[in-house]
Design a protein around this ligand. Sequence first.
Ligand SMILES: Cc1cc2nc3c(=O)[nH]c(=O)nc-3n(C[C@H](O)[C@H](O)[C@H](O)COP(=O)(O)OP(=O)(O)OC[C@H]3O[C@@H](n4cnc5c(N)ncnc54)[C@H](O)[C@@H]3O)c2cc1C
Length: 441
Amino acid sequence: MKSVLNQDRTERELLIDKLRTLLGDRLSTNDSILQQHGRGESWHPTQAPDAVAFAQSTEEVSQIVKYCAASATPVIAYGTGTSLEGQVQAVKGGICIDLGQMDQIIEVNNEDLDCKVEAGVTRKQLNQHLRDTGLFFPIDPGADASIGGMTATRASGTNAVRYGTMRENVLALTVVTANGDIIHTGTRARKSAAGYDLTRLFVGSEGTLGIITEVTLRLYGLAEAISAAIVNFPDVRSAANATIQTIQMGIPIARIELVDRAYIQAINDYSKTDYPLRDTLFLEFHGTRDWVAEQVKLFDEISQEFGASGFAWAEKEEDRSRRWKARHDAYYAVWQCHPVVAAMLPMSACQYPDLRIALPKPNRTLPRQTCIHRYSAMSVTAIFTSPYLSIPTTMKCSSLLWRLTHAWCNAHSIWAVPVAVSMALASASSNTCATNTVMAR
Ligand SMILES: Cc1cc2nc3c(=O)[nH]c(=O)nc-3n(C[C@H](O)[C@H](O)[C@H](O)COP(=O)(O)OP(=O)(O)OC[C@H]3O[C@@H](n4cnc5c(N)ncnc54)[C@H](O)[C@@H]3O)c2cc1C
């Protein structure tokens, strides 16, 4: 695949001229804008695109993609750049399409509990818009990501245990495919088995199949009562067992996240909190007042069986938000603890039996330096856990990173990790092509 980097100057200038004629000053080649769009929130070094196009409509996105297709130029969609695996790096240059100016909430259907938004709307913007309707959009990956980016990454977050992930909550899409065609997938109807499920094909496709420009989403009624709790456990396994039993008993818990004691230390240091240094569950219950009280009672009984202590409840919105903010900032908290860390890999889920991963043990398969940082925590959404592996700066070499992460994966039977890691490494290497890129043909 020929990219703009391999094209001669005239060809590249021609493309940029065409895009400038289409977009005016919404086509930027300003260096700071390019740099800003050349990385997300991950550890990967910046790889800037050749230009950034700030699109304002589906038709504009279509035209940009058509121009790029004609010159086989890579196209990279950009939402808010909060992704953690190096997805937005322009490893072969190309045109970044920033969807941030496509921020219209097109319709909200209160009775049908759905809405249609442009891809650049952020989840906080949507919930702000919905605040007087009694409805809300529950998917909360921590960062204030765009709905288009969340759809593209099939985002989940702390509410996933009750409300699912983007996969369960995207009903329909408008997408510009790699040749610039505009297609519509899905409908607002909840019950339809007709035809291919193209919506689900695009959800999680990370920009490889097309650029999402509009998204129809499910909404939910705001609960009458919400109660959040923090509960300490003697060890990670007890916390995990309490979680499993809670879910097996059908208690419709809204959020449940396991944070081990090392992570708590990092959170306390970063967010200036004083949570006890214990393996801890962060939880939230939603429902009517009576129903929440019942859920709390049942959870209390279960967790006592596993040695829980130090229940701390919060009902006021500001108190709950403060807790979840501390939890969401944990990624930055771990970075702050290890300014010398070169790489931090949020690894895909490993299942319950591998929760032992959370208990750092000396491991012969991993270099000693890594073990030092391996404490860097884990989180649990229901019975799945996503540990972070941090790698010190002394190990920048990608082949070592590769061996290291494979050793880690093998040692702990983490499924899907090689995918996450190979993406990270692909982005780090200038010879490979990031999976995020729509390779226009
Ligand atoms: C502190 C922190 C905590 C996080 N916690 C979680 C978590 O718990 N769960 C979770 O799932 N994620 C989590 N994330 C990751 C992040 O929030 C998601 O990756 C987010 O969904 C990305 O949205 P974005 O708008 O920032 O997309 P970007 O980062 O801009 O893009 C991400 C990818 O999607 C593609 N893309 C973006 N917009 C479009 C579009 N309109 N059409 C097609 N492709 C597109 C890009 O090309 C890229 O490949 C966390 C991030 C941070 C910083």
